[in-house]
Design a protein around this ligand. Structure first.
Ligand code: MRU
Length: 366
């Protein structure tokens, strides 16, 4: 997608052929800064501090992190250490584990002398695959938006989304946003309700920014406003992303997703989850088994933004001495999900639904 009019991706190999470029998402939308990762520690820090975030992107960043580790020491011990170290940075998104297991399985049978080259090649392949996967999620999700547009017979299709499951969360296109970009590009009028997504405001800072850059009509709303707009008939469809879908179809996603699913269920608004195959955790049976990341209370107590002097800064929004809790994700039970939009098609949010699209996983499923 475009950043300041220039086609961009969220992660790339620098011209030196070995260091890795990223966009620092903690500074968006106010500053576009592109740090360079040169060590496995840099990659881990970028994931932990959320300079890169979103399930697919942290998977690809971790894959490049392994490549950076292999440049320095390609022994079995170094490979195992890099995989464990990178995997420990964020616990909920299963794409991180998936990418690291992929790299380990690819590299372990190889002679150490060729592991670095192979790691870069595999990381690049995962990045390319992610682009194509997200593109196909968009092609499949477009059908839903088209159907609604035809049924409405005029006016924009109003889609509500939570957090940022856009191209900034992936390598390109995004998951939840890919059907939206495909619809917009096909000339179908869409309007997006963007949940601000407290506490880190990924909706306000990232999704609204993405949509603005691409010219997609949207309105930023406070997290608490979604139910109101659904009751008023102003939401035709909800599409969110996910960090992990368990074998029974339960969905972990950014905190607050569950409340949107409840409101959508009550108001009979279709609630879809867009995901690539790498987000399905076949080995975990149900949502209550998913580890939920707990982040610093400061993310709740302070709000970051652009100060009147143009600098970035943060302000305390409650009394000194107030304590907070900050679970970063929640679990939406499969029964509240209308369906999954994947790169292979749309299916029911259930074990049977998932297996209908991925029959080769039958023997792995929990
Ligand atoms: O904490 P974040 O910003 O990494 O959380 C991101 C989300 O919750 C996204 O919805 C999810 O990763 C899907 S990204 C395509």
């Amino acid at each position: 997608m475009k950043l300041d009019g220039v086609p961009s991706r969220t992660i790339w190999l620098e011209p030196d052929g070995w260091s890795i470029g990223i966009i620092d998402q903690t500074l968006l939308p106010h500053k576009i800064v592109r740090p360079v990762l040169k060590t496995v520690e840099d990659a881990a820090r970028a994931i932990k501090t959320m300079q890169v975030r979103g399930a697919p992107l942290i998977g690809v960043t971790a894959a490049y992190g392994v490549a950076l580790a292999m440049r320095v020491d390609a022994s079995d011990a170094s490979l195992d250490n890099a995989v464990a170290f990178l995997g420990a940075q964020r616990p909920t998104a299963v794409n991180l584990r998936w990418a690291l297991e992929d790299l380990r399985t690819t590299l372990l049978p190889l002679a150490p002398s060729i592991r670095a080259v192979a790691a870069y090649a595999r990381a690049a392949e995962l990045a390319e695959d992610d682009v194509e996967t997200c593109r196909n999620i968009g092609v499949n999700g477009l059908k839903l938006i088209k159907e609604i547009a035809i049924r409405k017979g005029g006016g924009p299709v109003n889609v509500l989304t939570h957090c940022n499951a856009g191209w900034l969360a992936c390598v390109d296109w995004g998951t939840a946003t890919s059907p939206i970009y495909h619809a917009h590009d096909a000339g179908i009028p869409v309007h997006i309700w963007v949940d601000e997504t407290r506490p880190r405001n990924q909706g306000a800072a990232l999704t609204a920014f993405e949509l603005l850059q691409h010219g997609v009509p949207h309105s930023l709303i406070a997290d608490n406003a979604g139910g109101h707009f659904m009751q008023a008939g102003d939401v035709d469809l909800v599409i969110v992303g996910t960090d992990r879908v368990t074998a029974n179809g339960d969905v972990a996603n950014k905190i607050g997703t569950y409340l949107k699913a409840l409101a959508a269920h009550d108001t009979r608004v279709p609630f879809y989850v867009a995901l690539p195959f790498s987000t399905i955790d076949w080995r975990t049976e149900k949502g209550s088994d998913i580890p939920i990341e707990e982040r610093s209370e400061d993310e709740v107590l302070y709000v970051q933004g652009k100060l009147p002097n143009g600098e970035l800064g943060s302000v305390l929004i409650s009394a000194e001495g107030t304590h907070a809790r900050n679970p970063a994700f929640d679990v939406t039970p499969a029964r509240l999900v209308t369906g999954f939009i994947t790169e292979r098609g749309i299916c029911a949010a259930s074990r049977e639904g998932l297996l209908s699209l991925y029959p080769e996983k039958t023997s792995e499923v929990a």
